[in-house]
Structures are given as C-alpha cells and as structure tokens.
Design a protein around this ligand. Sequence first.
Ligand SMILES: [Zn+2]
Length: 370
Amino acid sequence: VTGLVDHHCHSVTSAELDRAAFERYLSEARDTATGTSHFDSSLGFGVRRWCGPVLDLAPHVDADLYVARRRELGADEVNRRFLRAAGVTDLLVDWGHGPACPVDGPGLSDASGARVHDVLRLETLAEELASGCPPEEFPATFRSVLERRAHGSAALKSIVAYRHGLDFRPERPGDAEVVQATRHWAERAKAGRSARLSDPIILRFLLWTAADLGHRLQMHTGLGDADLRLDKSDPSLLRDFLEAIQPTGTTVLLLHCWPFHRHAAFLAAVYPHVYLDLGLTLNHVGPRASAVLAETLELAPVGKVLYASDAFGLAEVHYRGALRFRHAVSGLFGEWTEAGEISPQDADRIVDLVGAGNAQRVYGLPAPPA
Ligand SMILES: [Zn+2]
C-alpha cells in the first residue's frame, strides 16, 4: 500500500516523557506488576526493534537509552519523525479520549503530512449537553446538536461496550423513558455520585439518534483497557441491533474486535452495512499479527476490512501499527498468491483496498494528491 488511511486513532502527546510515563502508554493496564516492565511485551519489543532506528539508534536498543534519546530529540521532533514514517494519508481522530498535552488537529496534520478528520464521541457529547440542560429538554437538544455536529465529523463513535456492554436491548427507546432516565442520572450526579453516563436507556437513545442520521458509526468491541468487561464486548451481541438499524442506511464499523475478530468477520460477511478493523490488536499481538489477520479474513470479505492503529499518546504506536499492518497484509496475500489461491493482480488490488481503498469509499474521502 502506498499511503494508508488510519480510520480510527487518537492524538499523540507533546509532553516530554520519562520512562515510567512512556511505559504507561505501552500497555492497556492501569498499573505495572512489581518487578516487571511494559517494555517486555510485543509492543515494547517492537518499539525497541523498529522505532529505535527512526531515532538513529540500533535495533533492539536498551529501553533506558531509547527513552533518553527520545527526550534528547524532544517530543515535537519525535512525533514528526514517526508520524511521517507511518506513511498515512488520512487520520480519523477520536478527540473524545486523548493523552496528556494532546497535539491538536492542525499540529497533527503538520507533523504527519496527513489530512486530519474528526470523529465525534456520542457519550462525551451527551455528558456535555446533559450538564447544561433540564432533563425534559435533553432528547431534543441532543438530537439537534448531534445533527449539526455530525456534518463536520467523518464518523460518530460509541463506547457503549465500556459504559454498559453490547448486550443492550435493540429497540429504540421512547422520549418519555429517556427523560426519566436523564432525571435519575442528573439526581445521581447532584448527589455527588458519578456524572459518568452508564444508563442503558440513554446509551441506546444516543445510538438510535446516530443511526437515524444515517451517519457512519464506529463501535468499540473486544480488546480495550481495564475499564472494559471483555465478556460484554463481543460484537455478536449486537446482532439484533444491527438488524434493527439496517433500514436507516447507517454504516457500522466494529473497532478492534479481538479476541472476537472471527465473530466480527461473520457479521461483516452477512450484513452489508457492517465493517471491521483490528485496531490496536495488531500492535499488541506482535509477531502473531499475520495469524490474527488471517483468521479475520477466513470469513470477512476483503471489501469490509479497514486499517486502524488506534494509537493513543505515542507517535511510535502510529508508526509501529502501520508497519505491522503493511507487513501482515503483504505477507498474507503473498502466501495466497504463492499457493495459487489468487492472482498477483488480485493481491495488489486487495492490499490497496484494506490499506486505503475501503476507507476512502466508506468515508467518502477523496483520493490523496499523487
Ligand atoms: Zn480508540
């Protein structure tokens, strides 16, 4: 693939990181086990092996030397080097969840040379709006603000997997139910309990409002951080909801998916409006990336798989994700070609589709300037 489209990622940090702060970004864990290091992981090994040379260091460089070199160059230069080396033409950035001292849109575009498109998080928007309006007005307010904001966004994003689980009821809730649930939510927040939105009726209302707009809807599924209940993030739990919203014309993009990538592949195979990526999975499974991609493509149509780094905080993860993806894709389709399963022409076409073409088509992105 010449230039990748990264259809789901987050911003990078402009903070100067010491070793402990750097390591925190290497893992989805909240804490590190005593006596261990997050550098001793597939992603950590990958950073030392592949990212070291981008900072003029030897492959497999020692972790302390790596972090010291990073500080010597400074975060701006480090971000610029990795984001350029990733070879991405378009970044679709979820601004609803970001690192400390995030680089803004123009900064990201400047550092990467890529076009930056915004992804809007439904739950974050709902929390902003609910704090400033009476519960009776919340459904209408959310509908009108989302409609307006959706116009300027490449996609909407849902983290209902985190806030409740994907085992929510599929039907559209009525406004009266939503108002009552919003009232309870406001009371909880006023009583000093969490203002975090986790009510399944309101969460379903957000999803249905997004679906009614017929927009693209990214949904977190599978692998995530320690805030997640993995057993409730299986995308096959979405089956009835996917059926129910199909008439709206919405496109659903299942993010990350592991270890349910085969379940997601099935959904993408049977529903025309369902797509998937492997997101941060490929970085975290490291040398097994080709195997996970191969399992996904057992059933997922090649026109339904997209590239995403899901990078968060470290520009290294943008770079390493792109490199890992390119390697896994070219290796897999190289094998299929060698085995006589597909022609070399088909292999080239498919590599371009999963790296960029599918995302350009789904998001209506113009082809990048040559
Ligand atoms: Zn993400």
